[in-house]
Design a protein around this ligand. Sequence first.
Ligand code: M6R
Length: 603
Amino acid sequence: MCGIIGYIGKKQAMPILMDGLRKESYRGYDSSGIVVFDAQNNATCLKAVGKLENLENKIQGQELKGEIGIGHVRWATHGEVTETNAHPHTGCQENIFVVHNGIIENYREIREKLIEKGHKFVSETDTEVVAHLVEHFFDGNLEDAVRKALKLVKGAYALAVVAKEDPNKIVVAKLSSPLIIGIGKDEYLVASDQNAIAPYAKKIITLEDNEVVTITPDDLCIIKEREPEDLEIETGKTEKGKYPHFMLKEIMEQADSIEMPLKGRVRFDQGLAKLGGLDQVSDKLKDIERINIVACGTAYLAGLTAEYMLEEYAGIPCEVDFGSEFRYRKPILNKKTVVLAISQSGETADTLAGIKEAKEKGVMTLGIVNAVGSTIARETDAGIYNHAGPEIGVASTKAFTSQLTVLALLALFLGRQRQMSLITGQNIARELLNIPALIRELLKSEAKIKELAEKYKNYKNFFFIGRKYNFPIACEGALKLKEISYIHAEGYSGGEMKHGPIALIDESFPTIALCPSDSVYEKMVSNIEEIKARKGPVIAIATEGNEKIKELVDDVIYIPKTLEMLTPILSVIPLQLFAYYTGVLNKCDVDKPRNLAKSVTVE
Ligand code: M6R
């Protein structure tokens, strides 16, 4: 989603801005732009639709010299993907330039009032009103004008603003959307995430909500003084290496990305999970009576899987909500409730809104987050990092399996605080430690899954079905397929098919059925029979050694045997590979699927 970058210092701004935009481009974008001020305060603003290379091409041959500038990658929310709608936006006088991440909810109202005052708008965006509003209040002091403008604005924003007539400064402000200031040697940077400024800054200041800060080449004017923190970036390679796509690389490295969250956290002898991030709240957790999980997309489906784990093994009632729904349904929370956010990026606005709701109600909050130092990691009372390494592909793969792993550790941790026996604890610990080896084994079926993708790639619809622990995995398989290959897919509980969806089944509508040898295997077999009776093609995901299933279905992918609770970590992998190869064979941009953003920072 949108990414902001800014530079002020003694170096040429343009290459640093472009480098930052490149690093923020993984978030998902559809256009980009920069503005650079030269020594005489002349502004050069360039924008382009599509890939960043298009902006780079425009820059080539331009005299883009200057030591101050701001830039932006845009993911369209208000207005189509056009150059005019790309940021930076400016007012009528072309004095003020603004880049923005977030949504100005009352922009129509402000726009109408400004039009009445004679302002002329050129774009369809919500952001343009900020440029005109700042221009309206500007009397030589940019910070004052920004403050006055923001008093009228409703919604969410991270902003960087520059003005020709109040030169040598960048004014930044934030409400609900992330923004950091990087502190270099005689220079400052502004960015939406830490990776964008890692080569230039070792210390950062994370802006707080409602802060407005003026940055000059020599100083930061922060009202609420605080010590800069160390810049923390995720370790791990961000190159594709031998793989054609990040998605495939991230699928294939899951044995390692699962080993990482297990490292040092599993105590087999004691049948325990040692979760350092929970130390400070460990006693309080002994008394909790309910867990409300908030998350979005794939992380939500990890949450749904955790509901089964936590209820079965820790005996704690659990509810799972989409971040976007949680606060609107007025959840009943009390002092014995924990609200647990699950988020790869740690920046998902909807999930963050759930955390804010819980904090307002005085409820303890926990986070399971992959991106170190992200907003959700900072806003929650305590938490557990995934340590899965950077996930660049927009489709979440290795982050999902590491979320399942951490959630299994949490179930073990909470279970052992309660009634769980040493033997059960040891059993979970042993099986968890064995999962990376099983994944290495399972990944050897890559070629077979590619063949299946070839066979099924032209079907227009798919069902994914599963029960109990594998019901959320069916939903995840469907989500992966639709986001990567744009093929219509639905995830259902196997038992629910006969209550409606089975009406769609015929020979043109295949089903991928998750039927490992577990406590609901026989039930799944009946559900598969119902589909076969209606001539629906079926691919089964079954446990190694189950030869019988071949008699019933069209194709089988085998997964190794493990504890039922941990099966999802294995069963999702063939679904990820199936989605990947179907997308590739259908010539889709699997690492950056259309319309999607890696980091969804607007509500
Ligand atoms: O960064 P988060 O884990 O909070 O992101 C949540 C969802 O936006 C994300 O999982 C999304 O559904 C992915 N595209 C799934 O592949």
